[in-house]
Design a protein around this ligand. Sequence first.
Ligand SMILES: C[S@@+](CC[C@H](N)C(=O)[O-])C[C@H]1O[C@@H](n2cnc3c(N)ncnc32)[C@H](O)[C@@H]1O
Length: 430
Amino acid sequence: MIKERIDIENIDGQIFEIKIVEPDNSKPASFTHYLHNHKNGVSKYYKTEAISYVKGILEKEYPLTKITTEVAESALQYLLFDLNKSTRFPAPENPTFKFIDLFAGIGGFRIGGQKNNGKCVFSSEWDKFAQQTYKSNFGEIPFGDITKIDADTIPNHDVLFAGFPCQPFSYSGRNEGFKDKTRGTLFFDILRILETKKPKMFLLENVKGLKSHNNGKTLEIILDSLTKLGYQLNWEILKSTDFGLPQKRERWYCVGSLKPISFEFPKKKTEQVTLRSIIDPNEDSANLKLTDFEQKRIDYHFQHVTNDYERVEHDSSKYEPTTKKGRHGVFSFQKKDGSLRFHVGDHAKTQIQEAFYCTLDTYSPTIIANRVPKLWDIGRKLSVLEAQRLQGFPDKYEFPVSDNQSYKQLGNSVSVPVIELIIKEMTKHL
Ligand SMILES: C[S@@+](CC[C@H](N)C(=O)[O-])C[C@H]1O[C@@H](n2cnc3c(N)ncnc32)[C@H](O)[C@@H]1O
């Protein structure tokens, strides 16, 4: 981690202190990117802004001293300490490829890239809280809004990583090029960076629903646009449960390569794991417990169920008759795998799933931004540490933000072991 306060001694005999603050511009990002890239020739992209950042801080702290560019530059040189020693997830010592981390979130791709001996030379993420988590673990502040970043200012790299938000494109205008169809979307930003920087390979990730979005037209435009840039594509839907995680996360992964390759996605693992493998048996924090309302409903189910897997009707008299719950009633039933589900209305017709509880011996549904998996048999939701294990983040990964932000960031992120294995396959072709 970069220390909040860094002492700089012996510049013209004076001791300076630099406090890394985060004003609303790209200077702190340039500064941290500069520090991370001083050994690999990439730092030239960040040097001017980094010097100006340090100069600004010194001028504020020492208004009576004349801070020349030379002083700022030597301060910066002084700061080129070995970051790897103080960073939780340091870059590899002798990296074999360079990558960039777009829509970086909390750096799931970065962990996978570094584990495969890659060096991150640029990251972008505009959410302030995600930036904090990223900085805590990688010592680097990502640049902000990618739509405002000129592709020419991004350093050259071998691989581009991006888990981008799925947005509708323009489906009209038959003769429109892909640029017109995708303009104004975040996918367009990926395209313009690929077009300018031409990395050898890329890995994109998205929700499974991308396949059927807008009757398949969205995916068609995506594949068409990438092919027109000269990339050979391989995509597949992979499940996290097939790669050692107890989470039914299904995602679309697409690998592109400028040179023709016979790419193979990683093979499924034969052994499937359950939530028991990630649960901390000593965890008993009160704030993780299910609410009284939830616990009572669960108890009611088990007190009233007569045959296994039968539906139990709950008391819906407190709901207004005009509401769906009032009209159709609330039911619960246990599936053969042990999970317990609550739904509204008739099983076949109007059923709307309302709540889902897994068990130690099942896997969880997909963790998403505002949904933390809950277990009925231990009467609680997952802790942040367990949620990070559910996505395959190492235990030493740190969240300096609130629990709610941590769950949200993990829900938005990627399953690290899946990413790591895909990148491993990619590196065979670099
Ligand atoms: C699906 S998440 C990707 C998470 C990431 N793969 C990870 O490992 O944590 C998409 C991210 O894109 C970010 N984002 C959305 N629009 C952006 C923009 N214009 N510039 C930079 N980041 C953006 C969001 O804040 C969000 O964190």
